[in-house]
Structure formats: C-alpha cells, structure tokens
Write a protein that binds this ligand. Structure first.
Ligand SMILES: NC(=O)C1=CN([C@@H]2O[C@H](COP(=O)(O)OP(=O)(O)OC[C@H]3O[C@@H](n4cnc5c(N)ncnc54)[C@H](OP(=O)(O)O)[C@@H]3O)[C@@H](O)[C@H]2O)C=CC1
Ligand SMILES: CC(=O)N[C@@H](CCC(=O)OP(=O)(O)O)C(=O)O
Length: 332
C-alpha cells in the first residue's frame, strides 16, 4: 500500500461553486494542539481551501509529513519551536517544489529571510506576506504591543530609544495544552506575573517591529480565564518630545489603521468620557484587535491598551488571515 493510502486522509470540501480554478491545499502540522485546533475550526468555514490531514499515528513521522507536503500549496506549523525547525528543514530539503510555510511558533519571527505576519503593521506588510514563501505568525502579546507602538514611533511621537514598558494579561490558553491542564485541574494559581527574568520569548519581535532601539520592559501575567488578552503601555506624556496629547496618539493610530477590517481604533477615552475599565474577553472567537488610548490632560498621562483574543488575532485568526494572503485568496 502506498503511503498516501495508509497515512493520509483528506478533508474534502467543495470548491467555490462554478470556479474553474483548483482550490488551494493546506496541511496543518500540529493540528491537534491549541493553535492547530483553532486553525482547523476556522478552515472548516472556508470553501475555497482543502485541508489535507495526516493519520494520527503518523503525525510526528517526518517521512509521512514530507509525502503530504509534496501535495499541498502551504503548510501551517502549530508546533513547539524545535519541532517547527524540523519541519522547516524538511521543506527546505524539497527545494522549489516544497510548499509555502506559515509558522506559528517563535522560531523565525525575527529571521531576516522570513516575512513577519502582521498584515496591518505598515502599509507594505500585507504585500510582503503575499509575496513571501516563508511567513512567521506573530506572538499574541507582540501583536498588541507592536500595534500600539509602531505607528507612534513611525509618526515621531515616541522616540525609538524611549524607555517603554509593556504590561499584559492573558487567558491561560496562551500557554498551550499543559497550561490549560494546570488551570483546569486547579493546580495553577488564580493569577500570576511572569517574565520577571526580563527574557520573555516575545521581546525580540516586540522590540524589532516596534522600531525600538532600547529593549522594552515586558511584564506579562496569566489569569484564571480561558482566552482573551489586554496589552498596555503607560506613557508620561510630558516626557515625550513635543508633549503630545492623548488625542495626538489616538489620531496617529487611527491614521495607520484607517480602512482596516480587523484593527479598530476606538475613540479617545479621557476625563470627559465615562469608564476607565476594560476587560479582556470581549473579542473572543474573533480576529479583531481593538486599540484604545486612555489619557488625562490634567496629569499629562496616557495608557495605550490593545484588546484581542490570544487564540484569534493572537494566533489562529491571524494565521488564517496570513494563509489567505499567501494563497492569493480574498480577505475573509
Ligand atoms: N496558545 C497560544 O495562544 C499561542 C501559541 N502559539 C504557538 O503555536 C505553537 C503551538 O502552540 P500551542 O498550540 O499553544 O501548543 P500545544 O501544546 O497546545 O500544541 C502543540 C501540538 O504540537 C504537537 N507536536 C509536538 N511535536 C510535534 C511533532 N514533532 N510533530 C507533530 N506534532 C507535534 C503536540 O502533540 P503532543 O501533545 O502529542 O506532543 C501538540 O498537539 C507554539 O510554537 C506556540 O508558541 C502562537 C500564538 C499563540
Ligand atoms: C499565557 C502564556 O503563557 N502565554 C505564552 C504566549 C502565547 C503566545 O502567543 O505565544 P507564542 O510565542 O507561542 O506565539 C507565553 O507567555 O509564553
């Protein structure tokens, strides 16, 4: 029996009705993990993509993976970093006949020959993703941090050597299967700060793509709810050149993301608006990212906040958005 008979199955789906073009084919390596399952759920809703799957007992078998990758246009890696590097080596060994690669791990996020998969980051980024053979899907926290910082650095409102601090809270699904288990069996604490060793794996991409020359301080935390996150950046406005107001920061963000389908810049929150609170779960199961500027003209202070689903725009949602760009398919 051939390998394709023994180890491969196909999730057959109808191509777009009346379309002459063959539907694009995709393999999700690590499809039974937290991010992989999220991507597979989203792909079930897409009629213009065929998902090829690998038999469960072959899912860590390099030869079976390679055979399947001969058949697909794109492979999405939802694996720990070391396993992702192994699959990338397999793809590289296939030469030009290999599939395009979209990697959800941390392994290639600052690699110069990979495109960074944050399509809205700059006006050019979606085009870079569309043209690339290798794209790294951003980390969940950097998606929020870069979304807030890059436009105001580019606009000259925040100097690139400014001492930036980024605080964040995530639901426990951000830590994958093992963290989910520890929260759901009650062995994890209800809340904890981490990253207190100043070495969180998201710092290199956060610094690089925010265009910061000084390493930010990044203090994430995880709390006892499943998914959704807030990423915040406090700023003393009178220490910034030109002493911008909250309205100036909000305007720079609104300009960068004007017309974006998935990134919304919310109206300025200040002394005249009620509230002063934000919870992390409102965008769960979506690919949306909301950006807020909370500001006080009285005290010359602001806090920028990004809200997103760590499993949505922070992982699987962004992956499907990038996959569609890489396959030349229209936005969902
Ligand atoms: N959770 C999140 O919010 C986010 C996660 N990511 C990234 O996505 C990647 C996956 O994370 P996540 O889904 O959370 O992790 P999980 O631990 O939930 O899932 C990882 C999956 O990979 C499988 N796996 C491990 N080694 C191999 C291999 N050699 N071949 C095939 N499958 C393998 C595991 O199987 P088994 O359990 O049997 O070993 C498991 O099903 C990581 O790099 C993570 O950093 C990115 C953004 C957000
Ligand atoms: C709560 C929690 O543990 N979160 C993970 C980040 C989740 C994520 O986005 O990580 P990737 O870099 O894997 O994409 C962490 O801090 O390591």
């Amino acid at each position: 029996m051939s390998l394709s008979e023994t180890s491969l199955t196909e999730t057959a789906k109808a191509p777009t009705s009346g379309a002459a073009k063959k539907p694009a084919t995709v393999f999700v390596d690590g499809g039974s993990g937290t991010t992989g399952l999220g991507i597979n759920e989203r792909l079930k809703l897409q009629s213009d993509v065929v998902v090829k799957t690998i038999a469960d007992d072959k899912r860590k078998d390099p030869a079976a993976k390679k055979a399947l990758m001969e058949e697909v246009d794109l492979v999405i890696l939802c694996l720990p970093d070391e396993a992702a590097k192994e699959t990338v080596a397999l793809v590289d060994s296939m030469g030009p006949s290999g599939p395009k690669v979209l990697d959800a791990s941390t392994a290639y996020r600052v690699a110069p020959d990979w495109a960074y998969g944050f399509a809205e980051m700059t006006p050019e980024q979606a085009g870079k993703i569309r043209a690339a053979r290798k794209v790294s899907n951003p980390g969940c926290y950097p998606t929020g941090g870069i979304a807030l910082l890059r436009p105001i650095v580019d606009a000259g409102l925040l100097p690139s050597d400014y001492p930036v601090t980024v605080n964040a809270v995530s639901g426990y699904s951000g830590g994958g299967k093992s963290m989910i288990a520890s929260f759901e069996d009650g062995s994890a604490p209800s809340f904890e700060l981490y990253g207190l060793g100043f070495e969180h794996k998201h710092l290199p991409e956060l610094q690089l793509y925010s265009n910061l020359t000084r390493r930010p301080i990044f203090i994430p935390s995880v709390a006892n709810y499943r998914q959704g996150m807030l990423v915040s950046v406090p700023l003393q406005l009178d220490t910034l050149p030109g002493k911008p107001t909250g309205a100036d920061l909000q305007a720079a963000l609104a300009k960068r993301y004007a017309g974006s389908k998935y990134v919304s810049v919310m109206p300025l929150q200040n002394e005249t608006t009620k509230g002063g609170k934000l919870e992390p779960e409102a965008l769960n199961e979506t690919n949306m990212l909301e950006l807020y500027v909370f500001a006080s003209d009285k005290y010359h202070q602001a806090v920028l906040v990004a809200r997103l689903d760590n499993l949505g725009k922070g992982a699987s949602g962004a992956a499907v958005q990038n996959m569609r760009l890489m396959l030349g398919l229209p936005e969902e």
